[in-house]
Design a protein around this ligand. Structure first.
Ligand code: 3HC
Length: 303
């Protein structure tokens, strides 16, 4: 018999989910919106600041559904069913009957606080709230909620469809029903869930920010990108630090390093060069098929 993960409350406390609300229609949010329709088979409503952003997110989901069909992972009927379950809207009233509302908007405390304070006006008093924050305090994100006990961290990893882990962040305020619901949802998404404390970077990003921060610091202090890659190759990581930074997004990566540096200045590096690379848009040079061919010449001039 599978053991209950450490600290997980009884599954029987979990609320049933009949509709999901997703706030943010960027890449991460669109990826997990698709996972919710696929695995929970319930309607998912996705919103963002404006219709153009919403449409982009929905287009991404439709493309991924088409790709699943091309790979024969789903039938044409199933593809139609999944498409029909996704609604993109800027009308927040469509969130009123959602039982699980999760956000992945810009990683800034004030922005996330306002997003939750606003959505609380539209949602049912029973709805459970989740944030996909990668390193901000979940408790602080919920500080402006009337019911902070219904907020939990639910942290996915890139690429969402592939990475098997979810960090479920349990704040001192999160109640048992909320935690149990998050654990049951993670199971239905076929992910391994670990319950973490609400500390900056939780567990994964604290480990990762050490690696990525040290790699960038080596570059910042004069070691060429190639040398850093060759030096870490023996660890057998599935991606080099620079590939990983591009995968998570250079802006997100720079932000994660900043957050860790602020929280633990003696242990983490921030990197001005990474911010410049984020503005530049890339570190690696790739061919038309997306295969890397080397380091981007502009990026090499930045550092
Ligand atoms: N988006 C969607 N799907 C992707 C993808 C992407 N960017 N990259 C790969 N995949 C899918 C492929 O389509 C393929 O699916 P299929 O089996 O249905 O065809 C499957 O993943 C395997 O792809 P590959 O054959 O290309 O496999 P690889 O062996 O090259 O593995 C990888 C790809 C799984 C991405 C691997 O390189 C890996 O594990 N990299 C490390 C990723 C990682 O560490 N992520 C955590 C980032 S930290 C984070 O997200 C937290 C945030 O808060 C900062």
């Amino acid at each position: 018999r599978a053991k209950r993960p450490a600290g997980a409350p009884d599954k029987k406390l979990a609320r049933p989910i009949t509709k999901v609300g997703v706030i943010g229609a960027g890449l991460m949010a669109s990826q997990f919106a698709l996972l919710f329709v696929r695995r929970l088979k319930v309607p998912v409503v996705i919103t963002d600041l404006d219709q153009a952003r919403v449409d982009k997110g929905v287009a991404y989901i439709h493309d991924e559904i088409a790709a699943l069909q091309t790979k024969n992972r789903i039938s044409p009927d199933e593809a139609n069913r999944l498409r029909a379950l996704v609604t993109g809207t800027i009308d927040k009233s469509l969130f009123s009957d959602a039982d699980w509302v999760i956000e992945a908007v810009f990683e800034e405390l004030g922005v996330k606080q306002s997003v939750f304070a606003e959505i609380e006006k539209f949602i049912s008093p029973e709805a459970i709230l989740a944030t996909n924050t990668s390193s901000l305090s979940v408790e602080q994100i919920g500080a402006k909620l009337t019911h902070p006990e219904r907020l939990v961290g639910f942290h996915f990893f890139n690429p969402v469809a592939v990475m098997p882990l979810i960090e479920v962040v349990n704040t001192p305020q999160t109640d048992e029903v909320t935690l149990a619901t998050a654990m049951v949802i993670a199971g239905k998404l076929r992910k391994n869930a670990v319950i973490t404390r609400d500390t900056p970077g939780f567990v994964v990003n604290r480990v990762l920010a050490r690696l990525l921060g040290e790699a960038m610091h080596a570059v910042d202090t004069g070691t060429p990108f190639e040398v850093v890659e060759a030096a870490v190759a023996p660890f057998g990581l599935p991606m080099t630090p620079f590939e990983l930074l591009e995968l998570v997004g250079l802006t997100v990566g720079a932000h994660v390093l900043d957050t860790h540096h602020t929280a633990y200045p003696d242990r983490f590096f921030e990197s001005d060069n990474l911010h410049k690379l984020a503005e530049h848009g890339k570190i690696l040079e790739r061919d038309a098929k997306g295969r890397r061919t080397g380091f981007d010449k502009g990026a090499l001039k930045i550092v």
